[in-house]
Design a protein around this ligand. Structure first.
Ligand code: PMP
Length: 382
């Protein structure tokens, strides 16, 4: 089989597995003062340093959570502390292509959430952002570094400058960029940054919010005061240790991996458009992640195509979601004003650091079968 759904989740890195197995054999809780507790604490703090290094942050600014969803919840609060002073953000501006955990508005009341449109290529509309920022109040703005469906990279440094000029605060969901492209918190200029363990080769169920000055004023989970009081509960030491080891491996290898991945991705796109000249790659004209292709073709039905790919030994994902028999179009393609007929066929292929040329061959062979049945159906219908 060939796995092409790395934007959904990556395989566990051997370094992460090793760190987790070692952590599972410890007995102490990280808050205990005895030797066993201090051994657990040491693993958590080592992981914190590795996660901080991945995004150029300070170790003490890393708040471990149960994942990126929870980190987004922690960040998206109207009540923040900036330079030691409590401030209130009365508006939350989120881009229309955010992950569901950001679109939902976090801890803001739903009526305070405003949507920032994107262009047809899936890039945040900076003119619209300027317009929203002149409306007054202190906004918290949340824009993802790269979109999980299209892979399109957003101009975060420019957005940060605009938001700060307007007295606002910026949060960036960097789940899809950390460990894939440069993702330095200072260069991006964001105040808060979310990352997830399982997209960089760590276990599922761990993530972090990295602070760069401003911080939430209220805990997400109240209790024993762990994670500087932001997120109470005995630390999941094994998951955090795995996350840290994955972060260290990603920091060391991401540039080489990105080159390999973009070569494989380009090879796939070249062969795809050769085999299917009417194939459309979404966001092809703007900067994208090195590992993602989001495409469609006339007559393609994403839901059935994903199943045919699967039967042909290939895991890909579709942009649309099917619930109770009804297929809903991807909110990302809706925001990009994509042709609904094309959006119904949107498929995402995402590559990772262990993807090989042989995997891409398997993918291309599967595409031949999927697209052949497409042409046959077309012929019948005509
Ligand atoms: N943000 C983005 C952009 C994502 O792609 C995902 C994972 N699909 C999340 C947030 C949620 O991450 P987690 O699974 O760690 O909660």
């Amino acid at each position: 089989r060939a796995y092409f759904d790395w934007n959904a989740t990556a395989s566990l890195r051997p370094e992460a597995r090793g760190a987790m197995l070692a952590a599972l054999d410890l007995t102490g809780a990280a808050s205990s003062v005895h030797s066993e507790g201090r051994a657990a604490r040491a693993l958590v703090e080592k992981a914190r340093a590795h996660v901080a290094a991945l995004v150029g942050g300070e170790a003490k600014s890393v708040i471990f959570t149960s994942g990126a969803t929870e980190a987004n919840m922690l960040a998206l609060t109207p009540h923040l502390v900036v330079l030691g002073k409590q401030v209130t953000c009365d508006r939350l501006i989120v881009s229309a292509i955010e992950h569901a955990s950001v679109l939902s508005g976090g801890r803001f009341p739903v009526e305070a959430v405003e949507r920032l449109p994107v262009t047809a290529e899936g890039v945040v509309d900076l003119v619209a952002l300027r317009g929203l920022l002149t409306k007054g109040g202190r906004p918290l703005v949340s824009v993802m570094h790269a979109n999980n469906e299209t892979g399109v990279i957003q101009p975060i440094a420019e957005i940060a400058a605009l938001v700060h000029e307007a007295g606002g605060i910026l949060h960036v969901d960097a789940v899809q960029t950390a460990g894939r492209i440069d993702c330095d918190i200072a260069t991006l200029g964001t105040d808060m940054l979310t990352i997830s363990s399982h997209k960089i080769g760590g276990p599922q169920g761990a993530g972090a919010l990295v602070l760069n000055g401003p911080q939430p004023a209220t805990p997400l989970i109240k209790g024993g005061g762990q994670e500087r009081g932001f997120r109470a509960g005995t630390e999941n030491v094994a998951a955090i240790a795995g996350f840290g080891a994955a972060a260290a491996a990603a920091t060391a290898g991401y540039q080489v991996d990105a080159q390999r991945m973009s070569a494989l991705r380009d090879r796939f796109e070249t062969q795809l458009t050769r085999a299917t000249p009417d194939a459309v790659v979404f966001g092809a004209e703007v900067p994208r992640l090195p590992n993602t292709t989001y495409f469609s073709a006339a007559g393609l039905k994403a839901e059935t195509a994903v199943i045919s790919f699967d039967l042909n030994g290939v895991a890909v994902s579709s942009g649309s979601a099917c619930s109770s028999g009804k297929v809903t179009q991807s909110h990302v393609l809706t925001a990009m004003a994509a042709d609904p007929a094309l959006a119904a066929g949107a498929l995402r292929v995402s590559i990772g650091w262990t993807t090989t040329e042989a995997d891409v061959e398997i993918l291309l062979n599967a595409w031949k079968k999927v697209s052949a049945s497409l042409t046959k159906r077309h012929a019948h219908a005509a």
